[in-house]
Design a binder for this molecule. Structure first.
Ligand code: FAD
Length: 539
């Protein structure tokens, strides 16, 4: 889905052209058993990831100008806000995915993990994410001219023992697949003739740890599944079922206003979800977890399924990259290793490194941190691609302004040229440390009403526009066909909760799908779930 006419034209042009060459032909032996991407004549833009940020970048980037190579262990984009719906079968898994090869058939994709970046030699070292029958995973290197790091983060466990082995996460499609299967399994186990009442009660105790948007949306979606489908198929088991939401803080959905937070808690109470605030999980054993209340009391909570959704932590590759760039190590000094991020300047350049852009959850806009959301990552990905398309030299990231584009005021320039220049290199003055230096410079203003220059300075300098986040508001589904929506409209905050917010939630997510195909599939899944109920078959 194009954000701008410029992006749309680029995509339309690409759609009319021939499909990409076979990427395998482009890997050559390095002589030491490894492989190396055969560099083409165009500059190589290497994009790491296929999530919100990378997908937006790969889609918009101009493959006529650049050799675009994308490396990610997952060959598809996931529309994460609706992932909880797939874990209960409201939406089918594939309806939320877009294969990255569809997003831009002219980009070369490798299903691999980037393990290490040598930022001085400008080389990325990668390992295949898929193995041969004998377990071999090929390794290879890619030399890049510009690197876009959009690898996101991994679920945070805060070192709580047993989480990785016993809990389910809600991050990838595979997590939703496992969770859906386990939910079916515990119901079938509880339905067996010899299962004791105690085991039934434990198996059917569903615990969601984390009261952020993901945990809340899963709890809400799961309670719909219970009410609409499981209660009909397993009516005798319903007295044993319990859904509990554990939250460390004193409220849930803390990014929403206090009245909306209270509304979410009321909604959960009405649907029978037990919300426990001020509770910390200290261990997750196979059958029970240990909790610590705010009074320091320790409790054991037996459970059948635990969904762990307590935020994110840095990936090892990002931690290593931060450690290898002295300025980054300095900027992250004192931070917990799990919360390390690549510090970027207003042009998303990694500060202290050459030719690296970082965006999305793995990065932090220096001086003005943004929330780790899909909205931010998607906007940053498209912004970075447009910068690169316009020949932006990434150079060294830092709090310096990149060289301005000089335009000779005596040369005759047409309206189209000026429009193009303004659009390509808008003259907004970056809001950064260099303000003083900039104020001494002549900035030319173009009057769009009468197509004249309002000032004719001796030299005209256009500055590239730094990244600016446009917040489209926040939303969360809380179950029972109710949602919360909070958006800024004309300088005032507009909050709604309930069924109207649910309709808005659905309409926004259907329009925000990245392809027409996904839109059709999701609409079809909604109708199917409403008419026939969610599918309970287990495989
Ligand atoms: P990601 O989308 O996480 O993508 C990272 C990519 O990098 C993946 O393709 C991954 O496979 C790849 N990768 C990982 N390691 C490597 C490596 N070593 N080498 C190469 N590639 C690698 N945000 C909202 O704004 N609204 C919502 O409603 C919302 N709901 C959410 C619901 C859920 C269940 C989840 C999990 C998240 C939700 N988010 C929401 C947050 C949003 O999904 C993230 O902020 C967003 O995905 C961040 O985008 P990203 O591109 O930085 O990273």
């Amino acid at each position: 889905v194009a954000d701008t006419v410029e992006d749309a034209l680029l995509m339309a042009k690409r759609g009319a052209e021939a499909p990409a060459r076979n990427a395998v032909d482009r890997l050559v032996s390095k002589g030491d058993g490894g492989l190396k991407l055969n560099k083409q004549d165009k500059p190589v833009v290497l994009v790491l990831g296929t999530g919100w940020g990378a997908h937006a970048a790969v889609k918009v980037i101009d493959t006529d100008q650049y050799e675009v190579v994308c490396v990610s262990p997952r060959n598809h984009f996931i529309f994460t806000p609706m992932l909880p719906s797939t874990a209960v079968g409201t939406i089918e898994f594939r309806s939320l995915l877009e294969p990255i090869r569809n997003s831009n058939p002219f980009a070369t994709y490798f299903e691999a993990t980037c393990d290490q970046i040598d930022h001085e030699k400008k080389i990325a070292r990668c390992t295949s994410a898929v193995a041969f029958m004998d377990g071999r995973r090929p390794q290879f290197e890619i030399e890049y001219d510009t690197l876009v790091v959009a690898v996101g983060e991994q679920p945070a466990t805060f070192g709580v023992p047993g989480v990785v082995d016993n809990a389910f996460f809600m991050k990838e499609i595979t997590d939703a697949v496992k969770l859906r299967r386990r939910t079916q399994e515990v119901f079938e186990l509880a339905a067996l003739p010899g299962t004791s009442e105690e085991d039934r009660r434990r198996l059917l105790q569903f615990v969601v740890v984390g009261g952020g948007p993901t945990g809340v949306e899963f709890a809400g979606t799961f309670s719909d599944f219970l009410k609409a489908d499981l209660s009909r198929k397993y009516p005798d088991l319903m007295p044993f079922v319990k859904v509990t939401l554990l939250q460390n803080a004193q409220s849930i959905l803390t990014t929403f206003s206090a009245p909306l937070q209270a509304q979410a808690i009321r909604n959960f109470e009405a649907t029978g979800i037990d919300v426990r605030l001020g509770v910390r999980v200290t261990a997750v054993e196979r059958d029970f977890m240990t909790l610590k209340t705010k009074d320091g009391e320790e409790q054991k909570l037996p459970y059948g399924v635990c969904v762990w959704s307590t935020g994110n932590a840095a990936r090892p590759m990002v931690r290593n990259l931060v450690a290898s760039i002295p300025t980054q190590a300095e900027l992250n000094k004192g931070a917990n290793p799990a919360s390390v991020k690549l510090a970027v300047d207003p042009y998303l350049r990694v500060i202290g490194a050459r030719d690296i852009i970082a965006l999305g959850d793995c990065s932090r806009l220096w001086g003005e941190p943004l929330p780790p959301t899909a909205q931010v990552a998607g906007q940053q990905g498209a912004y970075a691609a447009r910068l690169i398309n316009r020949g932006f030299q990434v150079n060294e990231g830092g709090l310096n302004v990149p060289p301005p584009i000089r335009v000779d005021p005596n040369a005759s320039v047409s309206r189209t040229d000026v429009d193009a220049a303004l659009r390509l290199q808008p003259i907004d003055i970056p809001r950064m440390a260099a303000q003083e230096r900039l104020s001494e410079l002549d900035i030319m203003a173009f009057n769009t009403n009468d197509s004249t220059f309002t000032q004719a300075p001796p030299g005209v300098e256009y500055y590239r526009k730094p990244f600016e986040f446009l917040s489209l508001g926040i939303m969360a589904y809380v179950g029972n066909e109710k949602a919360l929506v909070s958006a800024e409209v004309l300088d005032s905050t507009f909050n709604i909760a309930g069924s109207l917010a649910f309709l808005l939630w659905r309409s926004v997510y259907i329009t925000k799908q990245v392809s027409f195909r996904n839109r059709v599939l999701i609409l079809f899944d909604w109708v199917k779930a409403r008419v026939f109920g969610r599918d309970l078959s287990q495989f």
